[in-house]
Write a protein that binds this ligand. Structure first.
Ligand code: DGL
Length: 266
């Protein structure tokens, strides 16, 4: 059981931010990643469609013999966690609860901003999770739908990204937030741009590290942690493997050797 991989999925490259955190925290683990690039972006789809795609990907990864599944997508975590848990027989870890926990603990004033996809923000999942953890927090949320296509295009450090960020984040001016939750796993790639817009004072919270820690806790509790040497990394996408390979190498380095195409039945 220990040698089985941890499955990680997202609609595209965003989940690689969580993949990287898992690699850093759990260097002895085998990992298998799925980017549902045929259906990206999830954030503008209906809850039904997101659940259908997510369940299909989860079932595919379950067939690869995973020992746990990390839903490295806020949109799926917000809209489809119960359906995913029902579809697979392994522990399922989402990214919303770890991100909310980190933000609630980190914010000195309790004024927290959230940015995410349209679907994540409309679901209210972060706001609910934050008030469950710490009643009385003042929360302001904003959907930023153009960020994901910009990142999938590889433009995360481009001036265009800065202009778009400036426009979206204008709404937070004067709000007094001291903490901003990056409520989409694509957004950590925009950290330098977001910093440039917001300045150094606002804390940027991404759930990647916290999710990796949660995964470690979970596997340790089950006695399923692996610390051996010689790890496997497998990457699958539902469309455009070459394109994904280029982006994954830019983000994770040349260690990404191969990306396989796998059409999922959604
Ligand atoms: N990276 C995903 C998220 O965290 C999905 C973005 C999208 O496909 O719209 O929400």
């Amino acid at each position: 059981m220990r040698d089985r991989p941890i499955g990680v999925f997202d609609s595209g490259v965003g989940g690689l931010t969580v993949f990287k955190a898992l690699e850093e925290r759990l260097p002895g683990e085998n990992l298998v990643y799925f980017g549902d690039t045929a259906h990206v972006p999830y954030g503008s789809k209906s809850p039904k469609a997101v659940a259908r795609y997510s369940v299909a990907v989860a079932r595919f990864l379950a067939r690869r013999g995973i020992k746990a599944l990390v839903v490295a997508c806020n949109t799926s975590s917000a809209l489809a966690l119960p359906q995913i848990r029902q579809a697979v027989a392994v522990p399922v870890i989402g990214v919303i609860a770890p991100g909310a926990r980190a933000a609630a603990e980190a914010s000195p004033s309790g004024r927290i901003g959230i940015i995410g996809t349209e679907a994540t923000i409309a679901s209210g999942a972060y706001t609910r999770e934050l008030s469950r953890r710490k009643p009385g927090l003042r929360v302001m949320a904003k959907a930023c739908p153009l960020f994901v296509p910009l990142i999938e295009e590889g433009w995360w450090s481009d001036d265009v990204a800065w202009l778009v960020a400036r426009r979206y984040l204008k709404d937070f001016h004067g709000s007094g937030i001291d903490t901003l939750i990056l409520g989409c796993t694509h957004y950590p790639l925009l950290k330098p741009v977001l910093r440039r817009v917001l300045g150094a004072k606002v804390l940027l919270i991404d759930s990647a590290e916290e999710t990796a820690r949660e995964t470690e806790r979970h596997l340790a509790g089950l006695g399923r942690l692996r610390s051996g040497r010689g790890v496997r990394r497998d990457f699958y996408v539902s469309d455009g493997p070459d394109r994904f390979l280029g982006l994954a190498r830019r983000f994770l380095g040349s260690g990404v050797k191969r990306v396989r195409l796998e059409q999922i039945d959604a």
